[in-house]
Design a protein. Structure first.
Length: 230
């Protein structure tokens, strides 16, 4: 088993060295990636703290949201815990010559995140609109992750990375929803919209931006994903 992992690690490093001369991710893409990673981690930490140390006061809408997630504390804790690990693993997955063990961990943790996301959407804050967004994009996430896993087993590094990029864009789509939600919260005094009314809209907007954006980029730069690292 160790010999198999060692040989696969060597193969991954060789593929990474071979890709050194190929196109890289552009600076703007790396910048967006790290910004979304930071937003995702900050949101996870904030939610975790709110679960452990309930706030006594604050904006009524945020207090109500904290109360909602505390009512589902166990499931929320498992989901954000595994999602945090998944986001932390992202930079290592896209490093040249990355470890096959870390990549396998990414596939396992990603599956748990996808399954718990479905479970959390059963009683979604944004109702059917949020549930529909989770169903569509979480299904795409798990399919992309599964496709990348199959390609990794076949040793097709280039195509595997393309599907990992699709899965990553969807994963970080939840971070893209945060600024969108911020706009809705900021304009709530004017629009009188509650979280249950705009959460689903924010989810759709965030995931459409990320999923559509990465797909357009992949189709326009077919070889760029092969050697890129963040």
């Amino acid at each position: 088993m160790r010999g198999n992992l060692a040989s696969k690690d060597a193969g991954y490093r060789a593929a990474g060295r071979e890709a050194d001369g190929r196109a890289q991710f552009p600076p703007w893409m790396k910048f967006v990636f790290w910004v979304l990673v930071a937003i995702a981690l900050a949101a996870a930490v904030r939610r975790g703290v709110a679960l452990l140390v309930p706030a006594g006061d604050g904006p009524p809408q945020l207090v109500a949201l904290d109360r909602y997630f505390r009512a589902h504390a166990a499931l929320t804790g498992v989901h954000i815990g595994f999602a945090t690990v998944l986001v932390v693993l992202l930079p290592f997955v896209f490093r040249r010559g990355g470890s096959v063990a870390l990549e396998r961990a990414f596939f396992v943790v990603g599956t748990v995140v996808g399954v718990t996301a479905f479970a959390m959407s059963v009683d979604a804050v944004g109702g059917w609109l949020e549930r529909s967004a989770v169903f569509v994009f979480n299904t795409l996430f798990l399919c992309s992750l599964g496709r990348a896993f199959v390609l990794a087993r076949r040793g097709d590094v280039a195509e595997k990375r393309r599907w990992l990029l699709r899965a990553t864009a969807i994963l970080l789509g939840i971070a893209t929803t945060r600024p969108v939600m911020g706009v809705f919260f900021a304009t709530a005094p004017l629009t009188h919209l509650a979280p249950r009314q705009f959460f689903g809209i924010a989810f759709w907007i965030g995931w459409i931006i990320n999923t559509g954006g990465i797909e357009l980029w992949l189709r326009a730069h077919r070889g760029a994903a092969e050697g890129g690292q963040v």
